[in-house]
Design a protein around this ligand. Structure first.
Ligand SMILES: [Zn+2]
Ligand SMILES: [Zn+2]
Length: 307
């Protein structure tokens, strides 16, 4: 489970930061990549990485501002030429369906794979045996959503050595123990599954927010997340500006991480008014409130380890 930043700038592409797109690499978990937003030239950014477009299984759009969606039709079209045959599901606010249908039909783009488009509302938008994805509305002038991606807990590993020491041979008994069943052996001994299985592995949580002002729903989505990715379009002291443009400052992003009890915070959606020298300053000021803070850069990767 790794986060890979494809674009980390606000509003317009800049030389050092392309517009927003974030990949959640779930290669070990499900052989798939999930994308969050696809600003213009997201597919160009992907060319510089090891990400295979055919691996993209789901694309979650936070909101319909151009810097978050202009790259989507092109990316979907190219995926057809890059061996993509498996279904892609796009999740996004109301309007995403029309945007894609119009873009693809007017340009006479025919995809060689099934495309599913789901217009989301608050609540659970996806769940399977591995992951759940919950969304809530943020505060950004137009509907902007935040996503909480939660991995399900995984059962503990079988303590093979301990079973063998207890005189059990690999086979059906192992399987029953792994399934959590108590087993009565031929000699009458009863083995309790709990004693032969390690502790369950806690699932990891990543929260990826769309553009937003400081708001309560951001804190709820980020509750005890292993990693929170929060926009920080402005530096501290620019709260008035941030409020007027429906964005957040570094301080406000850090405050959300602190209130939510997150493990780690990564700032993104950085305005081009801040040059490279200023980026460090942005991190340092966020760390005054939340110490485990990093700042995103295009092509930066963050691995989310097990707890
Ligand atoms: Zn934006
Ligand atoms: Zn926006």
């Amino acid at each position: 489970m790794d986060i890979f930043f494809l674009g980390t700038g606000a509003g317009m592409p800049a030389k050092l930061r392309n517009v927003t797109s974030i990949a959640l690499k779930l290669l070990e978990e499900r052989g798939a990549v999930w994308l969050f937003d696809a600003g213009e030239a997201t597919q160009h950014q992907i060319l510089h990485t090891t990400i295979k477009p055919r691996r993209i299984e789901k694309i979650f759009i936070t909101h319909l501002h151009g810097d978050h969606i202009y790259g989507l039709p092109g990316l979907l079209a190219s995926r057809s030429f890059q061996g993509g045959e498996s279904e892609v599901t796009v999740y996004g606010p109301k309007g995403i369906k029309e945007f894609l249908q119009v873009s693809l039909s007017i340009s006479q783009t025919y995809l060689k794979y099934p495309l599913k488009i789901i217009e989301i509302e608050e609540g659970l938008v996806f769940e399977d045996e591995q992951f759940s994805v919950e969304v809530r509305l943020l505060d950004h002038g137009i509907p902007s959503f935040g996503y909480r991606i939660a991995e399900k807990d995984r059962p503990g590993t079988l303590l093979v050595d301990k079973l063998i020491a207890a005189g059990v041979r690999p086979g059906p008994v192992f399987k029953k123990i792994k399934n959590g069943e108590a087993v009565t052996l031929e000699d009458g001994r009863v083995l309790n599954a709990g004693e032969f299985v390690g502790p369950p592995q806690k699932g990891r949580v990543v929260t990826i927010l769309g553009d937003t002002r400081y708001c309560e729903n951001a804190i709820l989505l980020a509750k005890e997340a292993d990693l929170l990715i929060h926009e920080a379009t402005f530096s501290k002291g620019e709260e008035k500006l941030a409020f007027d443009y429906f964005h957040s400052t570094t301080y406000q992003a850090a405050e959300v991480a602190k209130q939510a009890g997150c493990k780690q915070l990564c700032l993104t959606h950085i305005s081009s008014r801040y040059d490279k020298a200023a980026w460090l300053k942005l991190v340092v000021e966020a760390r005054e409130i939340f110490s485990n803070t990093e700042i995103a850069e295009d092509f930066k990767e963050i691995t989310i380890p097990y707890k």
